[in-house]
Design a protein around this ligand. Structure first.
Ligand code: NAP
Length: 252
């Protein structure tokens, strides 16, 4: 009997897979058997090497996700190379930090465009394709602790990740009956480029660590298992949930 976590024969699109959490998710999905389409603006050289070393197929789509331009290409290239799309991981995201009183329109729009607008319309395009294929699919949004909380000096990020939680539930309501699972992973505090400024701030870094029951920041390898679970048949009856991978942060 095959494992319910086996992704052999599945094709997964992962945005922002060149580094950080996206890279770890792509490698975890490939380890479980999936072929990977990496989407982003920086060549995913290390990710390609790791995925191909696992014996999986790999294709990268060069795309700036601050506009909707690449969406058609992402779906078309995926189908052209691998024949279908089974899994979408909306991981690419940015953060801008400033006091709310000083926050600029550029810092608002830049974050909302990548984290929310492109994510929604890419999901729409992939969801349409999954419905045409008629064999269901798995969509995973990478949310945040700021899908639940307000955070400090990151208002557009909090708005985008709270919005992403809403989109996750809204699309799950529409698509669960079509066999498409839409869920999210809410990472806690992980050591990646996204948190470089936080980790460089001694006071904030100390305060964050003190609140994490696990007693450490997350590393990208901590996220892969949740992504494999939500991509697999083990999660067939899981819809519209946010799965926190946070070292216990929310329970505190
Ligand atoms: P990261 O290392 O900064 O990765 C962000 C990824 O998004 C990179 O691949 C980046 O590409 C890509 N990206 C950003 N803007 C893009 C654009 N316009 N077009 C295409 N790709 C773009 O940070 P990370 O921590 O791994 O973040 C991954 C996701 O996890 C994000 O959605 C983030 O909000 C979320 N998250 C992270 C944490 C954490 O503690 N680290 C916590 C909660 C949620 P480049 O390398 O080219 O910039």
């Amino acid at each position: 009997m095959s494992s319910p976590f086996d992704l052999t024969g599945k094709t997964a699109i992962v945005t922002g897979a060149n580094t950080g959490l996206g890279q770890a998710i792509a490698e975890a999905l490939a380890t479980a058997g999936a072929d990977i389409v990496a989407v982003g603006r920086t060549p995913p050289v290390d990710t390609r090497f790791a995925v191909e070393a696992l014996g999986r197929r790999f294709h990268d789509v060069s795309a700036d996700l601050s506009t909707l331009e690449p969406i058609g290409r992402i779906v078309a290239e995926t189908v052209e190379h691998f024949g279908a799309v089974d899994i979408l991981v909306n991981n690419a995201g940015i953060i801008r930090r400033n006091d709310a009183a000083l926050f600029t329109e550029d810092d608002w729009d830049a974050v909302m465009d990548v984290n929310l607008k492109t994510t929604f319309f890419l999901t729409q395009a992939v969801g349409r394709r999954m419905m045409e294929q008629g064999r269901g699919g798995k969509i995973i949004n990478i949310a945040s602790m700021l899908s639940y909380q307000g955070g400090i000096r990151v208002p557009s990020y909090a708005a985008s990740k709270s919005g992403l939680a809403g989109i996750t539930k809204a699309l799950a309501n529409e698509w669960a009956g079509k066999g498409i699972n839409v869920n999210a992973i809410a990472p806690g505090y992980f050591s990646t480029n996204n948190t470089t400024a936080l980790r460089a701030d001694e006071d904030r870094s100390r305060d964050i660590l003190a609140r994490i029951p696990a007693g450490r920041w997350g590393t990208p390898a901590d996220i892969g298992g949740a992504a494999v679970f939500l991509s697999s048949s083990a999660a067939d009856y899981v819809h519209g949930t946010l799965l926190a991978v946070d070292g216990g942060w929310l329970g505190r």
